[in-house]
Write a protein that binds this ligand. Structure first.
Ligand code: MRU
Length: 364
């Protein structure tokens, strides 16, 4: 996507020096800073400190992480245990988004099938690149399939903007290009459909007010940042036509784990009869589980992310709580399938239940 007229992705491989680079998302919206991932530790830190974040991007970064580990291992990349160890390290860095394991396992599967260290290094790089392109195409298709939902509401709004609420950042910063939840919005905007996005700030790391707002601003999409708790009020007053969020892990029966606070938006949407859609690539589906509530691991992060507010451009952290008050930082919650109007996937839109999801992906 374009930043100040220049095409950018949140991660890319630079053949000039054989390096993988990312946008440091911690520094946005005030500074656009690139970071080079030189070794496995860099990759682990980038994922865990949320230099990169968002389910599809975490997956692609993990995939490149295995390439970086193989490249740095040199001749030792012919030793299976070196690669298996790197994959194990990567898989567990963030537990909720299933894309991480999915992508790392795909790369590992391919490279273990190669004989020599050189073949393995090349195959890892190519596979990681392939996964990135696959996610780009998935996001594009999510835009194609989600567009009619917005078009239908727009027709009923007779020229008034379609007000769409979103939570966290599920745009191109999270998904290489277009995004998941934002892909149908970008597609509608490109077709000159009048849209307006309510952007939940998404405490504590403010992926909404920092990242989604920045993305939408770059693209010229009308939007308004709101406090995390404002969505219910807006829905009660008819100010939200549609909710679209992303997903970090979706069960085979349609329960959805996404950024903490998503469940409350789904409840408010249900109470106010506002359609609540979840946009996700199939890399986010965990086909092995059916009960999101008991089977999806919910990441708990450092409580200081909640207790302190980063100081923006001045980069001075400010404490928000009494010095000695403990805090708990649950990063995700699970929205049960019954609260989800539909899933927007690269294959089309389906209801959030086991049969429809299986049929959509032709899994018998
Ligand atoms: O903690 P984050 O920023 O990685 O959480 C991201 C989200 O919750 C997104 O909504 C989700 O990954 C879907 S992204 C396309």
């Amino acid at each position: 996507m374009k930043v100040d007229g220049k095409n950018m992705r949140p991660i890319w491989y630079d053949p000039a020096d054989d390096r993988v680079r990312v946008i440091d998302q911690r520094k946005l919206p005030h500074n656009l800073v690139e970071k080079t991932l030189d070794n496995l530790d860099d990759v682990v830190a980038a994922i865990s400190d949320m230099v990169v974040r968002g389910a599809p991007l975490i997956g692609v970064t993990g995939a490149y992480g295995l390439f970086i580990a193989a490249r740095n291992a040199g001749a030792r990349a012919s030793d299976n245990s070196v690669l298996i160890h790197a994959a194990e390290v990567l898989r567990t860095v963030r537990p909720t988004a299933t894309n991480l394991c999915w992508a790392v396992d795909r790369v590992l599967g391919v490279i273990l099938g190669c004989d020599t260290a050189t073949q393995r290094i090349i195959a890892a790089r190519e596979k990681a690149g392939e996964i990135a392109e696959l996610e780009v195409e998935n996001s594009r298709q999510i835009g194609v399939h989600g567009l009619p939902i917005i078009e239908e509401i727009a027709a009923a709004r007779q020229g008034e903007p379609v007000n769409i609420l979103t939570h966290c950042n599920a745009g191109w910063l999270a998904a290489i290009e277009y995004g998941t939840a934002l892909a149908p919005i970008y597609a509608a905007f490109e077709k000159n459909i009048s849209v307006h996005v309510w952007v939940d700030e998404t405490r504590p790391l403010n992926q909404g007010s920092r990242l989604t707002a920045w993305e939408l601003l770059q693209a010229g999409v009308p939007h308004t940042v709101i406090a995390d708790n404002a969505g219910g009020h807006l829905m009660q007053h008819g100010m939200v036509d549609l909710v679209i969020v992303g997903s970090d892990r979706t069960t085979a029966s349609g329960d959805v784990a996404n950024k903490i606070g998503t469940y409350l938006k789904a409840l408010a949407a249900h109470d106010n009869k506002v359609p609540f859609y979840v946009a996700l690539p199939s890399s986010t589906i965990d086909w092995d589980i059916t009960d999101g509530f008991t089977q999806i691991p919910i990441e708990e992060r450092d409580p200081d992310e909640l207790r302190y507010m980063p100081g923006g451009q001045r980069s001075v952290n400010t404490i928000l709580t009494p010095e000695s008050s403990p805090a708990a930082n649950f990063a995700f919650d699970v929205t049960p399938a019954r609260l989800v109007t539909g899933l927007i996937t690269e294959k089309g839109v389906c209801r959030a239940n086991a049969d429809d999801i299986r049929k959509m992906f032709e899994r018998v």
